[in-house]
Every structure is written in C-alpha cells, then in structure tokens.
Design a protein around this ligand. Structure first.
Ligand SMILES: NC(=O)c1ccc[n+]([C@@H]2O[C@H](COP(=O)([O-])OP(=O)(O)OC[C@H]3O[C@@H](n4cnc5c(N)ncnc54)[C@H](OP(=O)(O)O)[C@@H]3O)[C@@H](O)[C@H]2O)c1
Length: 311
C-alpha cells in the first residue's frame, strides 16, 4: 500500500473511517474531501495545517518491526487527512529513527511534511552534532523548524540556529517548554529574540498561557505550537466516561478528542496543536478536529463551564 494513487488512498481512508465507526457519518465521509483548517505562520505568512502530531513515547518503539509498521500507518493517516507538522526530539529515544523509517516507506505520501525537531543538550558543540544526527535519522537534508528543547543552553543554541537560518539551511527557529515550566523566561525570549515559533503546553485544564504567553506571541508575531493538548492522555481519564452534550455538534465535534482539540485550536494565538498517538483510529479522531466549525468565544466559555461541572 506504499504507492497508492490519490483516489484509492481517499477511498481507503473513507473505508477506514466508516469501518471504525468513530466519527458521525456525515463528517466522516466529508472530512476526506474537505480541507483541513490552516493558520498562517506569522513570520512568513505561509499556511500550516492546524493539527500536527507529536512523537514522544508513541514513536519510541525501537526495533520492533510490527510496532514500526503500525506507526507508519498512523503517519500515513495523518498525511492523508491533511497533516503537516511532525514534532520530535533527540530526547524521545528511538522516535526520530522510527520517523525516518516511516518517512522512507511512505515516500511521496509524506511530501506535505513540516519537519520539527529539537536541540537538547547543555553542550553547544554536541548540539551541532545532534542536529546532524537528526538529519540522518529523519533522512532529510533540512528541517523546517529547529527548537531549543526546554530552554536547555538556549542562548548558545539559538546562536547556532539563527546562523543556520541566515545561511539558508533552516526555515524557522523556535523554543519549547511544557507543563507550565519557565514561563517568565519564555516570555522574555518571545519579546526580545527574533524567534519564529514557541512551543508550550495548553489544554482545557492548563490555561495559564492565556494570561501572558499567548497575548505576547500574538503581539510579537510568533507562531505557537500547543503540546500535550490531552495533558498526556489524562483528559480522557477524567472526562471520557461522560456522554458528550448534544450542543457540541454545532461545531462539528463528534468525540472527546475533538472537544479537547477544538478548544485548543480555536484560540486565535494557536498556530498548530500536536497531539500524539500510536493508533490509527485515534489519529482519525484527532485529525477530524481540524475540520468543520470551530467554537467561538461564547462556546469556548460554555465548554469550560461544562467540564468544570463534570470534574
Ligand atoms: N518540552 C517539549 O518540547 C515537549 C514536552 C511535551 C510534549 N511535547 C510534544 O508534544 C506532543 C504531545 O504531547 P504528549 O505526547 O505528551 O501528550 P498528548 O498528545 O496530550 O497525549 C498523548 C496521549 O493521548 C492518547 N491519545 C491520543 N489521541 C487519542 C484519542 N483520540 N483518544 C484517546 N486517547 C488518545 C495517546 O494514547 P494512544 O497512543 O493510545 O492514542 C497518548 O497516551 C509530544 O508527543 C511531543 O512531540 C513537547
């Protein structure tokens, strides 16, 4: 199935969606033909699909061949449904190597890829070597985005990345944090450094970034990647046992994954959310969040009231 033509692939996807029965029929059939929402990357004005994917834990499957093939199908579904940004890091064990394996297998199906990885070391020279290793592991000559992971040795690595960008070897430079860590430092960098992207944690139960980091990013024209949009899966444990209210259909929401993701991506500062999954059926649900209506401000408030009444 590596080299299916476009219409066979579309049919394959529709069959998959229908067989899984996880989306309501109208949106499942339509989502393969409608376009996914995109947001502009402020520093270039280029469009990026609003749902990307992460690889922490989910792609760290080492040499297990069956597990690798399963991840390739997850990625195939991602690209088939309009995904672009794939986020990884040298910190994620074998994830970059597994990604490279899948990108190679998927061939032209993976062409929409927007590649994003990270530098994660306290040693500046080792950081340069990490970037070379990441190129080799992914099997690509250039990344779209390189980020300083968790601000480790950030001043030195930003110098390296800005130089790569100036030399035409890198499109975008970014920084990352997660779990609400070091927000003061992140804000200072957003305001004072010419970064293109910031990656941070934003989800229904952790909205601290709404106070300062998201407004600062909007103001400075910095694209925002929302990591851990399911709080690492905890949101499912907390809410999935409850039925979804009927009114969520008004914004084309058909499952809890879409409830969580549509809340995140409907914030105007968010450029892309990067949920991670090891399963094709979950990938279909997650990508489905990028289609159809998004909640407006009043609906976002209603969503918050609804979940706080449940938990
Ligand atoms: N500092 C940083 O730079 C940093 C820190 C943290 C994360 N990140 C990035 O952000 C990405 C996302 O964060 P995360 O992986 O921590 O957590 P997440 O995306 O919030 O949650 C992932 C978990 O949700 C489950 N899941 C996904 N889709 C689902 C669905 N439709 N229904 C039910 N369960 C579902 C997955 O299990 P299944 O496999 O069973 O679907 C997995 O256990 C990471 O992979 C990484 O790329 C970056």
């Amino acid at each position: 199935m590596d080299r299916l033509n476009a219409s066979t692939r579309r049919n394959f996807l529709k069959q998959l969606v229908l067989a899984s029965g996880i989306l309501a029929l109208p949106i499942s059939v339509q989502s393969a033909s409608k376009s996914i929402h995109t947001r502009k990357i402020p520093s270039t004005g280029l469009d990026l699909s609003i749902i990307g994917t992460g690889t922490w834990r989910t792609f760290n499957v080492g040499n297990d061949h069956q597990a690798r093939l399963k991840r390739c199908e997850v990625l195939r579904t991602f690209f088939e449904m309009g995904g672009q940004m794939v986020d990884s890091s040298p910190m994620y064990g074998s994830a970059e190597e597994v990604l490279g394996f899948c990108l190679n297998r998927l061939g032209s199906i993976a062409e929409p890829l927007f590649s994003a990885t990270k530098v994660w070391t306290s040693d500046t020279n080792e950081g340069r070597q990490q970037i070379r290793d990441s190129h080799r592991l992914w099997g690509i000559p250039e990344f779209n985005l390189l980020q300083v992971h968790n601000l480790v040795n950030w001043r030195a690595h930003l110098d390296t990345l800005f130089q790569m960008k100036a030399d035409g070897k890198l499109q975008y430079v970014g920084i990352t944090t997660s779990h609400g860590r070091r927000h003061r430092d992140i804000e200072n960098i957003i305001v004072s450094e010419p970064i293109d992207f910031v990656q941070l944690t934003y989800h229904l139960q952790n909205r601290e970034v709404e106070n300062r980091l998201l407004p600062a990013s909007l103001e400075k024209g910095v694209a925002v990647i929302a990591n851990r949009p399911f709080s690492g899966g905890d949101l499912f444990d907390d809410y999935q046992r409850y039925p979804l209210p009927d009114w969520v259909k008004e914004f084309d929401c058909h499952n809890w994954a879409q409830f969580f993701l549509k809340f995140v991506i409907s914030h105007p500062a968010i450029t892309c959310a990067i949920p991670a999954t090891s399963r094709v059926d979950h990938m279909i649900e997650n990508m489905g969040a990028g289609y159809g209506e998004l909640p407006d401000d009043a609906t976002r408030r209603k969503m918050l009231r609804h979940i706080s009444a449940l938990h």
